[in-house]
Design a protein around this ligand. Structure first.
Ligand SMILES: [Ca+2]
Length: 296
């Protein structure tokens, strides 16, 4: 029997209900070593997403994992939150806030230090607007060699968006940041709505779960009686870090619409754009099973 090497990962998140599940997966899976969590505004304000990151780690007995606070606004515009979807404070149920400190430096400096000091290149899992990563690359342009790869939840290359007809929420909230990150030359796998929409939980999946994620899902379905399924967007990015074979990849040029038009935030195929590994198909049964085994 072979032992899989442990992959050091840092999650950059805007918790968020699906971020809650994604962080839970990284804590639970022994193949990933969660080095820390950096926070960004997005689903809710930075104040809320940072508190939610602390609450999330606490819920899974991981108070030892550092949390560094990042950007409260996009590069050119304030974030627009998604409180109707995730809950007024970004989560669908109340959770205790642990009494512990944040990292003493902000997300950019914290990331630069962690990445530089890491014994081997780290995988970044950005699952919110890409503002923190864009700012990191601006301040520390040489840091790219310390990043093994990025598995990004964002975009909707071959299909419609969810924030607008054209754009997925994360790329819509800070397309200028996403464009900088996509052009960085760091190997990027893009987990967009094309595949995320196919990997879901329905109420029967979570009705008997005794875990915090099961409880969170039930609370979410209770506040969204019109929804038949919950799309496992951020968890799918973590699932791909654990088992890349659950998605099929197309390496293609991708560009971003940074205009102020209705198409702002659109990700689209463009032979002149930077080459990204875009997930175009997913084995939804295996992906869902992998996620469920870790969180339910
Ligand atoms: Ca997120």
């Amino acid at each position: 029997m072979t032992t899989q090497p442990v992959i050091p990962v840092i999650i950059d998140a805007d918790p968020g209900v699906d971020d809650f599940l994604a962080i839970a997966m990284a804590v639970a899976n022994s193949h990933l070593d969660l080095v820390g969590v950096t926070t960004v505004g997005g689903n809710a304000s930075l104040e809320d997403t940072t508190a939610n990151a602390l609450k999330t780690l606490h819920a899974f007995g991981a108070d030892d994992i550092e949390v560094a606070r990042g950007a409260e606004s996009g590069l050119t515009r304030p974030f627009v939150y998604a409180r109707d979807f995730h809950g007024p404070g970004g989560l669908s149920m109340g959770l205790p806030l642990p009494t512990r400190s944040l990292a003493s430096t902000d997300a950019g400096e914290w990331l630069a230090t962690q990445l530089s000091d890491a014994p081997k290149p780290v995988t970044l899992l950005p699952i919110g607007p890409l503002t923190n990563i864009a700012l990191l690359l601006e301040s520390y342009p040489d840091i790219t060699s310390s990043i093994r790869e990025m598995i990004v939840m964002g975009g909707a290359v071959d299909g419609p968006g969810n924030r607008t007809e054209f754009a997925e929420f994360n790329t819509w909230n800070d397309p200028e940041a996403a464009e900088r990150v996509f052009k960085s030359g760091i190997p990027i796998t893009l987990i967009g709505l094309d595949v995320c929409n196919l990997v879901t939980f329905a109420p029967p999946d979570v009705e008997s779960s005794q875990t915090p994620c099961g409880e969170m899902m039930r609370a979410w379905f209770k506040t969204h009686p019109d929804r038949e399924v919950f799309q496992l967007c951020d968890p799918l990015a973590v699932a791909v870090a654990i088992d890349p074979s659950i998605v099929e990849i197309d390496v293609t040029g991708v560009s971003l619409d940074c205009s102020n038009d209705e198409t702002r935030g659109n990700t689209y195929r463009d032979s002149n754009g930077p080459l990204l590994s875009v997930a175009t198909h997913v084995d939804a049964v295996r992906a869902r099973r992998l996620i469920a085994e870790l969180v339910l």
